[in-house]
Design a protein. Structure first.
Length: 172
């Protein structure tokens, strides 16, 4: 495949289309990641919320807030996706009007280039999901398998010691 050199004004419409398409696909990939986290019951790093208390109620609330954070992120990404779709539509129409019949070839080359980047992105998403799954499995096995380690109860013997000393003095 030959590389074609374009002047800046010619390349501007193509770059606008390519950049918007890339942003849209990255947004879709982020939606996919967050939905997979919800389906697999995983909490991504950005959604972790620390709560000082370790009571069952605090853990329950912590879990609910983390899930709510993921759902809010998905809502935000869908709004962003809708705006990017509009922008992409207008840039596609503009580029098609400027380039005419050559636009189909240009769009195909652009899509092939973007698909290579997206394959890498989805590969990294699957790695993240696997790592989160492994961390979850490790945490559940360490929490379930071990009983709490209680130390023997401490008994204060100072009053008994003082009584023993008093008795020992009386005997002498």
């Amino acid at each position: 495949m030959r590389k074609i050199r374009l002047i800046a004004s010619q390349a501007q419409t193509i770059n606008n289309y390519k950049n918007r398409k890339m942003k849209l696909l990255l947004c879709c990939a982020n939606i996919y990641f967050n939905k997979q986290c919800l389906i697999q019951n995983l909490i991504p790093t950005y959604a972790k919320i620390k709560v000082a208390a370790t009571s069952p109620a605090a853990k329950f609330t912590q879990r609910k807030t983390q899930i709510l954070r993921i759902k809010d992120e998905i809502r935000f990404l869908y709004k962003k996706k809708m705006q990017l779709n509009k922008q992409l539509y207008y840039s596609h129409i503009t580029a098609a009007n400027i380039w005419g019949p050559a636009w189909d070839t240009i769009a195909e080359i652009t899509h092939n280039n973007i698909n290579k980047h997206m394959d890498i992105k989805y590969h990294s998403i699957h790695k993240k999901l696997q790592n989160l799954q492994q961390k979850k499995e490790i945490n559940t096995t360490t929490n379930q398998g071990s009983e709490p380690n209680f130390q023997p109860r401490v008994v204060n013997l100072t009053s008994r010691l003082t009584q023993m000393k008093i008795h020992s003095f009386k005997k002498d």
